[in-house]
Design a protein around this ligand. Structure first.
Ligand code: 7TS
Length: 423
């Protein structure tokens, strides 16, 4: 995902053509009241809300097709298997690959990265080898590599953060060497909103002979992904941040990489022949899918991808950037408020992270909650980011396709109230 710039004289309000009022009607939860006020849901980087179409796909699957997959020869098992494998094909199409065998179902981004660290890392990384990460990474794209480094004696190295919340990429060349086995970076920062120039980074990584893992947890939600043109070797993402259910996500990798990797977990489904002391493995993708999978989750994730395609997935980032521009303008008028991340909204996805001089991030979130406004406060599982900017926590508003400019105004008005209580 490259930055989306609006035309210089485009109206600041909204350059997208999303019909937000019509979309909002698809999300039952958005008509809830919270603490006596209409809900303003601005915690989308944690998880998105789910449209009726996804809820109906999940309940329809359980109501009419439920059975275990790849097992029975009965009709329901056939239907469940078709729905499950059809969902895999849907994810493959979303990622721009024609080979559904390259799509491994996981619980989400976290499990996808752990799979790579454990299986690929265990087979390919040894003492003295290096893995390059950045100070922007979610703990999901940091701790699995720390565990691998502790097991193997490999060394972790870090791309630093510049003052403006972008990666200090001028330092990348120095970090890459013949010892570098893998570079693992997020596509979009969950705590700063920064969109990273993955395509350019990919060329540098490949020139150095290393592989590139892209954490797409925050990237896939905002714009369509084409793994080949992105230059990723591994791509990990979660359904729940893109209108799908929790507990389902996927790892994509090139077939030859997956073929060469050992299994991640052992159990049913992932074997071909089992004897007392040895077994052989099933073909891709089943080699990496031990046990009964999250069938309804896969069905829901496919429905979410259909939904996003239907509304115009390529429009979402532009809509969020219009909301971010509006929010940044309003927040810049609140006394004692400091924002983090790129000043240019076209270099961000829909995230605004900030602190206020007098109020702790948790106090801000509590006061906003009393007005029906949901934001997240804390380190956002990015403690290296907090350390870099010298704060223990930030408050974070994160926008999605169904958020409106009126909601941004309610949020900013409520921050004015926080300021008057604490200021
Ligand atoms: N990577 C990034 C960049 C993320 O933002 C998250 C979740 C993950 C990985 C992990 O995804 P999971 O689906 O496996 O949990 N981020 C957040 C967040 O910002 N607030 O709550 C979860």
């Amino acid at each position: 995902m490259e930055p989306v710039s609006s035309a210089p004289d485009a109206p600041a309000r909204d350059a997208s053509s999303l019909d937000v009022e019509r979309l909002r009607a698809d999300f039952p939860i958005l008509s809830e009241e919270v603490n006596g006020e209409p809900l303003v849901y601005l915690d989308n980087a944690a998880t998105s809300q789910k449209p009726r179409q996804v809820l109906e796909a999940i309940s329809g699957y359980y109501a009419s097709d439920n059975a275990n997959v790849h097992r029975g020869i009965h009709e329901l098992s056939r239907r469940a298997t078709d729905a499950f494998e059809g969902a895999r094909q849907r994810v493959a199409r979303f990622l721009g690959t024609e080979d559904p065998g390259e799509v491994i179902w996981t619980r989400g981004t976290t499990e996808a990265i752990n799979l790579v660290a454990s299986s690929w890392g265990g087979a390919n990384v040894g003492e003295g080898d290096e893995i390059v990460l950045s100070d922007m990474e979610h703990h999901s794209n940091l701790v699995p590599w720390q565990l691998l480094a502790a097991r193997t004696g490999a060394r972790l190295r870090f791309v630093e953060l510049a003052d403006d919340g972008t990666l200090a990429l001028e330092g990348l060349a120095e970090l890459l060497s013949e010892r570098t086995k893998l570079v693992a970076l997020t596509q979009v920062s969950n705590s700063l909103g920064t969109i990273n120039p993955i395509r350019e980074i990919a060329d540098q990584v490949h020139d150095a002979g290393a592989l590139l893992l892209v954490d797409g947890a925050q990237g896939a939600a905002h714009a369509p992904v084409d793994v080949a043109s992105l230059g990723a070797d591994f791509y990990a993402f979660s359904g729940h941040k893109m209108c799908g259910p929790t507990g389902i996500g996927a790892l994509w990798a090139r077939r030859e990489l997956l073929e060469a990797m050992p299994p991640y977990q052992g159990g049913g489904e992932m074997i071909s022949l089992v004897e007392r002391h040895a077994s052989t493995w099933a073909d891709l993708p089943h080699k990496f899918e031990a046990g009964t999978p999250n069938i309804a989750g896969a069905v829901g994730m496919a429905a979410a991808l259909d939904y996003l395609e239907g509304v115009g997935h390529h429009q979402i980032l532009r809509h969020e950037q219009a909301l971010v521009a509006h929010a940044m303008e309003r927040l810049s008028q609140v006394e004692g408020l400091r924002m983090f991340g790129p000043a240019d909204p076209t270099r961000r996805a829909g995230v605004v992270s900030f602190v206020m001089e007098e109020a702790h991030a948790h106090d801000i979130a509590t006061i906003l909650d009393s007005k029906g406004i949901a934001v997240r406060a804390g380190h956002h599982c990015t403690q290296l980011v907090m350390k870099r900017y010298g704060v223990p926590a930030t408050a974070r508003a994160s926008f999605y396709l169904y958020n409106t400019h009126e909601e941004v105004d309610r949020f900013a008005d409520a921050l004015g109230r926080v300021q008057s209580i604490f200021g």
